[in-house]
Ligand binder design. Structure first.
Ligand SMILES: C[S@@+](CC[C@H](N)C(=O)[O-])C[C@H]1O[C@@H](n2cnc3c(N)ncnc32)[C@H](O)[C@@H]1O
Length: 268
């Protein structure tokens, strides 16, 4: 049971999360089919390098409370929690943080359920779930997190500032303009808009300063199934094109390119 200071009460459902969606706006988060495609693609390890870089950035903070905003399948949150607790390198003598509390937030109830379920097997952390719209006031306490991650997901700078503790880390991943360029040229993927670093830094400027930037880029050789999963897991799946990824014979070279940005929350 959750309660707020105005006396509202919300039950945590049997799947282990609460839905605090309010209002009548018609909102669509990722569907189960998109999450299946994302699981399939990510579990093949194509984005391991990105997950490792993000996890190392967050683990360096030794956070006790981590929020994933737009958690999707929870792939990145699991990597982060493993790195923070040292599960990813058990022999290493560096400091470990146990008893980490994580909050997986997404507009999609199916995404939150998946992420919470995957977290149940981790003895070193507890993952709670929250279904909410990032464009609304978030039902999360001021300063509730030491670190927040936001990977290919929408952002609300004012709310991110409010829910992070002073000095907390906000790790953001955005696609680079060259991301999936071959699939865009073939009419299979949408253009990347609104993720220019300058615009991102400007939008966060009143509450954060940019502390680190890392560019990661690779050319993958993908099977037709991988290409279909890559398209099916992203926004292009909402906009079917006349080109069918399944029609592609043999392997396809695809550029994947990301920018990982570390923002420090100001103390004010
Ligand atoms: C491209 S996916 C990224 C998921 C995950 N971070 C990853 O990289 O695997 C974007 C995610 O943001 C969620 N999302 C979209 N609009 C949202 C909103 N208004 N509020 C909260 N989450 C939203 C989607 O449901 C989806 O899970």
């Amino acid at each position: 049971m959750l309660a707020c200071r105005n006396g509202h009460r919300f039950d945590t459902n049997r799947r282990g999360f609460a839905s605090l969606l309010v209002g009548s706006r018609k909102l669509i988060g990722d569907s189960a089919a998109m999450l299946d495609a994302r699981d399939l693609f990510l579990e093949r390890g194509w984005y391991t390098e990105l997950r490792d870089a993000l996890s190392a950035l967050v683990a360096a903070e030794s956070p006790h409370r981590v929020i994933d905003i737009g958690c999707g399948t929870g792939y990145y949150l699991r990597g982060v929690l493993d790195a923070v607790s040292g599960r990813d390198s058990p022999g290493s003598p560096s400091a470990r943080t146990t008893g980490v509390g994580a909050l997986a937030m997404d507009l999609s109830a199916a995404a939150v359920a998946r992420t919470v379920r995957a977290g149940l097997t981790d003895p070193n952390s507890t993952t709670n779930g929250l279904v909410a719209d990032v464009w609304s006031a978030l039902p999360i306490r001021d300063g509730a997190a030491d670190a927040a991650i936001n990977v290919f997901a929408p952002r609300n700078p004012a709310e991110f500032h409010r829910i992070l503790a002073p000095g907390g880390l906000l790790a953001v991943v955005v696609p680079h303009p060259s991301h999936l360029q071959e699939l865009r040229a073939a009419g299979l993927a949408l253009d990347v808009h609104g993720n220019k670093t300058d615009d991102l830094v400007t939008s966060l400027a009143s509450g954060f300063h940019l502390e680190s930037t890392a560019d990661l880029s690779r050319t993958l050789l993908l099977s037709p199934d991988d290409v279909a999963a890559l398209i099916g897991m992203g926004p292009s799946s909402h906009h079917p094109s006349s080109a069918d990824p399944a029609d592609r014979a043999g392997s396809t070279e695809v550029t994947v390119a990301f920018r990982l940005l570390g923002f420090r929350r100001s103390n004010a």
